[in-house]
Ligand binder design. Structure first.
Ligand code: S3P
Length: 436
């Protein structure tokens, strides 16, 4: 699939982007192991979350979806912590690192064996980061190279752990917490940075006792979860593409409704403000135990900035979009401390720098980041390397380039934001999709 993006006039309107991917996965997972029914509104219908839904159906959980008078509602009939059944085949988590790592934790504690696998991109991603702590807890996990597939066998019991995580990763933390629901004793995850706390918030919403603060999460095994009604906020990581599109396109003003602005995850708002972006939050409220707000963005003159440490962790999925903003800014942007980007759905440092250069922007790779000098995008064809966020980020370049920008290998946009091109058009983006 190829996106063809031509220069566009101003972007405008009020829009709602799709449901938050991280929160959608967790709603399905916790709903499945809760007692009673969980009703989920606003679940992301992207490939990644649908892989999680399919995996639980394979393990005997009834998940149905229907429209009520407002929107689509997914109903998960929870089977309780000990009610999952052995799947009839390997669990294929597609492109989803979140599904894979969270399920590895949960399934390490079940009384049946299973195999977790994924697509080519996921099969190249590191899993030792979860295998090591889960094995320390007593899990039995076999993998040839520390990468998918994983063969998980049942064990008699898991024990508690005090885990000092070497990488700041909410997926690792969540994997350990989900295994910890079944452990004897206490599980503590201590992190070097502040990672998204969606699992902790949602566990607490399901009535499970969890203690958490910046860099620390703790629970004890042996509790229970009770089914809930959950409203999923719009995904800030998807909104990020429209935030940047609006900032860089002259005369634009867009409002994005009911977006999750959890501070453990909203770094992009601070970063673009530091770059001079005019961005306001309105109608602050709560959905699914998460802070939400409408985000109003206006075209702005941007200036480059430096990102490192916590900035990067809090905006880890938004770096490709931020890089496009940086290419349109005055001066230089330097991003360091971001080596995790090399093990996302693609090597995002290499993919971003290559794409920027193809479009005539000066950019250079560091092992842990990149340097971008603001300029003017030329016309060209960019490879997204099958990475949804690279594809969406570079389609924004077409808004302000000297001519059209084509982005190839875009099919995986459907993993996180299937409506992106349609919503883009309704904002005023000149984007067309070609099946080739
Ligand atoms: C996620 C955590 C982050 C993020 C990913 C979603 C989650 O990954 O990049 O898209 O839902 O927990 P890491 O935990 O590997 O940093």
């Amino acid at each position: 699939m190829r996106f063809h993006c031509a220069p566009s006039a101003n972007l405008h309107g009020r829009h709602r982007v799709a449901g938050d991917k991280s929160i959608s996965h967790r709603a399905v997972i916790l709903g499945a192991i809760a007692e009673g029914t969980t009703r989920i509104r606003g679940l992301l219908m992207g490939g990644d979350v649908m892989a999680t839904v399919a995996a639980f159906r394979q393990m005997g959980v009834m998940i149905s979806s229907a429209h009520d008078d407002r929107d689509r509602v997914f109903t998960v009939e929870g089977v309780g912590l000990h009610g999952l059944r052995e799947p009839d085949a390997d669990l294929d988590l597609g492109n989803s690192g979140t599904a894979f790592r969270l399920l590895a934790g949960l399934l390490s504690a079940q009384s049946f064996p299973c195999v977790l696998k994924g697509d080519a991109s996921l099969s190249a991603r590191p899993m030792s980061r979860i295998i090591a702590p889960l094995t320390d807890m007593g899990a039995s996990i076999v993998s040839e190279s520390g990468k998918p597939p994983l063969e998980i066998s049942p064990v008699n019991r898991l024990s508690g752990i005090i885990y000092h995580a070497p990488v700041a990763s909410a997926q690792v933390k969540s994997s350990i917490l989900l295994a910890g629901l079944y452990a004897e004793g206490k599980v503590s995850v201590i992190e070097r940075g502040w990672t998204r706390d969606h699992t902790e918030r949602m566990l607490s919403g399901f009535g499970y006792a969890v203690k958490w603060s910046r860099g620390l999460a703790q629970l004890r095994g042996g509790g229970r979860l009770t089914g809930q009604d959950i409203d999923i906020p719009a995904d800030l990581s998807s909104a990020a593409f429209f935030i940047v599109a609006t900032l860089i396109t002259e005369g634009s003003e867009v409002v994005l409704e009911k977006v999750g602005i959890n501070p453990s995850r909203s770094g992009i708002l601070d970063v673009v403000r530091r770059m001079g972006g005019r961005i306001e939050t309105e109608n602050a409220g709560e959905a699914g135990g998460e802070p939400v707000a409408d985000i109003r963005v206006m075209h702005s003159e941007l200036t480059g900035c430096n990102l490192d440490g916590e900035d990067v962790i809090l905006a880890i999925d938004e770096i490709p979009a931020i890089a496009v903003a940086a290419a349109c800014a005055h001066g230089e942007t330097v991003i360091r401390g971001a080596s995790e980007l090399r093990v996302k759905e693609s090597d995002r440092i290499a993919a971003v720098v290559e794409g920027l250069r193809v479009l005539g922007i000066q950019a250079r790779e560091f092992p842990d980041g990149m340097r971008i000098v603001g300029g003017k995008f030329q016309s060209g064809t960019v490879n997204s390397f099958g990475d949804h966020r690279i594809a969406m980020a570079f389609s924004l370049a077409g808004l302000v380039a000297e001519g059209p920008v084509d982005v190839v290998d875009c099919a995986n946009v459907s993993t996180s934001f299937p409506e992106f091109p349609v919503l883009g058009k309704s904002c005023g983006m000149n984007i067309t999709v070609h099946d080739e």
